[in-house]
Write a protein that binds this ligand. Structure first.
Ligand code: NAP
Ligand code: HSE
Length: 442
């Protein structure tokens, strides 16, 4: 090998342009740390006619992505185009040719990571993905290396920058969901399909990756309970605040007793967290991952979870790592998924109906005698007990609906769901009840 690490870049959008910029601006530091320069030998894009940042060298840019992924001069293929196709085929082609791969593509890893990582193991090359989870926070390295001697008792965090940004601005500025989402897209936080962000799909992809690294379990995103922030209204922010909470987009993975075995509790959803909790203070596009080790105890990492340069920083640090391995001819010393392939297990996932927590419930109902008693009766019938309640709006018997907001004592999720579906069928319910979980340990 020449003492150079030669990179083929697949994609030159928000993250790809950040990588080109960072490699230029930090070239001396990187060479000092790696012991060799990193050189880009080809850049693949979808549309050659699109205007690019002047830092991107035009002669390197092509629409023929396969020629970059398989180029004989390329040592490391860096995939930052996103999506499953053609990204998956390109990564596979590169691995098959014995090239190392660095990717920021959590969707690809969560859906097809096992097969790609097995190919990488067979071919004795590295497949790294630090930027795929929590952007600039080096959480993958921490789980893989820093915590290699500990058992993880719980992992919870805010891993979608767009959702956190949207909820934070709705909370502080009372803005509409749609306007804030547009800003998140303009700032380069959102996915090409922003429903992945606000619907919880992106966080589920990331949680599947984190759960594998934390627990040595093969987890597919479809096993994760997933609810987006798109059903949270400004009104919910206000009531949550009255009860002493803020609403945050959480991702949670923890082992729980289930029958005679252990199962994983895996959830992605907005939740009420106490105003004084650590995660309540993580605002804007910041991400945070809170890991609790059996020996270590609690440990919080927070930082930018999205955006061109923080994400590029993680990608290029992976290239440096791969380059270091190349220079000493040592690959796979540290298992990519934190556990050796043969130790990875299939763990059961606890049904979400068994989860117990306090609940925030909001109803829009006719303001008539007996309505509150009927709702409380249905809840009571399912063993859901009310802790606090406020009623607003309505004008006694008129057509103006009243808003009823309740905070319950701890209740089983399956029971809450059944009670709410019965209440939703009552004639005086103006819209489907809204329900949000309270996360006590945030
Ligand atoms: P982006 O701005 O949409 O850029 C995608 C790039 O890939 C563009 O340059 C596009 O070409 C190119 N591309 C797309 N399909 C292609 C195809 N079929 N053939 C050749 N080139 C193709 O996306 P991004 O925000 O940089 O995100 C890239 C990846 O990083 C995604 O997997 C995303 O989930 C991940 N990620 C993003 C962030 C973030 O903050 N943005 C953070 C962490 C991880 P054109 O320029 O010609 O359209
Ligand atoms: N769309 C993602 C987010 C980018 O908002 O967190 C970082 O993975």
């Amino acid at each position: 090998m020449t003492r150079k690490v030669r990179v083929g870049l697949l994609g030159c959008g928000v993250v790809g342009t950040g990588i080109v910029r960072l490699l230029h601006d930090n070239a001396r530091t990187i060479e000092g740390r790696l012991g060799a320069p990193i050189e880009i030998v080809g850049i693949a894009v979808r549309d050659l006619s699109k205007p690019r940042d002047a830092i991107v060298s035009a002669p390197l840019v092509t629409e023929d992505a396969m020629s970059v992924a398989t180029h004989p001069d390329v040592d490391v293929v860096v995939e930052v185009m996103g999506g499953l196709h053609p990204a998956g085929e390109l990564v596979k082609a590169a691995l098959d040719l014995g090239k190392h791969v660095v990717t920021a593509n959590k969707a690809l890893l969560a859906e097809e990571g096992d097969a790609l990582l097995e190919t990488a193991e067979q071919k004795k090359v590295d497949l790294y993905f630090e930027a795929a989870v929590a952007g600039g926070i080096p959480i993958i390295r921490v789980l893989r290396e820093g915590l290699a001697s500990d058992r993880i008792v719980a992992l919870r965090g805010i891993v979608n920058g767009t959702s956190n940004y949207v909820l934070s601005r709705m909370q502080h500025e009372g803005l509409d969901f749609a306007d804030v989402l547009k800003d998140a897209q303009r700032l380069g936080y959102a996915e090409a399909d922003p429903t992945l962000d606000v619907g919880g799909g992106d966080a589920a992809h990331k949680l599947a990756i984190l759960a594998t690294l934390a627990y040595g379990a093969r987890v597919h995103p479809r096993e994760i309970l997933k609810e987006g922030i798109d059903t949270v209204g400004a009104v919910d922010m206000r009531y949550a605040e009255r009860f002493g909470f803020v609403i945050k987009p959480l991702a949670i993975a923890r082992p729980v007793p289930w029958g005679r075995e252990e199962a994983l509790d895996l959830r992605v959803h907005p939740a009420l967290v106490s105003k004084s909790s650590v995660l309540a203070s993580i605002g804007g596009a910041l991400n945070a991952v809170f890991v609790e080790g059996a020996m270590l105890g609690p440990c919080l990492m927070s930082g930018p979870g999205a955006g061109a340069l923080p994400t590029a920083m993680s990608v290029v640090s992976d290239i440096v790592d791969v380059g270091r391995n190349m220079l000493v001819d040592s690959h796979a010393r540290v298992p990519t998924r934190a556990f050796r392939g043969e130790s990875l297990q299939t763990m059961r996932v606890r049904p979400s109906a068994e989860h117990r927590c306090r609940w925030y419930l909001r109803f829009s109902v006719a303001d008539q005698a007996g309505v509150l008693a009927r709702i409380a009766g249905v809840l009571g019938g399912f063993d859901v007990s009310i802790e606090q309640m406020v009623q607003e709006g309505g004008r006694g018997g008129s057509s103006v609906p009243a808003t009823l907001v309740m905070l319950t004592h701890e209740a089983r999720e399956g029971d809450v769901r059944e009670a709410l579906s019965e209440i939703a069928r009552l004639a005086y319910c103006h819209e489907a009840p809204r329900a949000l979980r309270v996360e006590e340990d945030a």
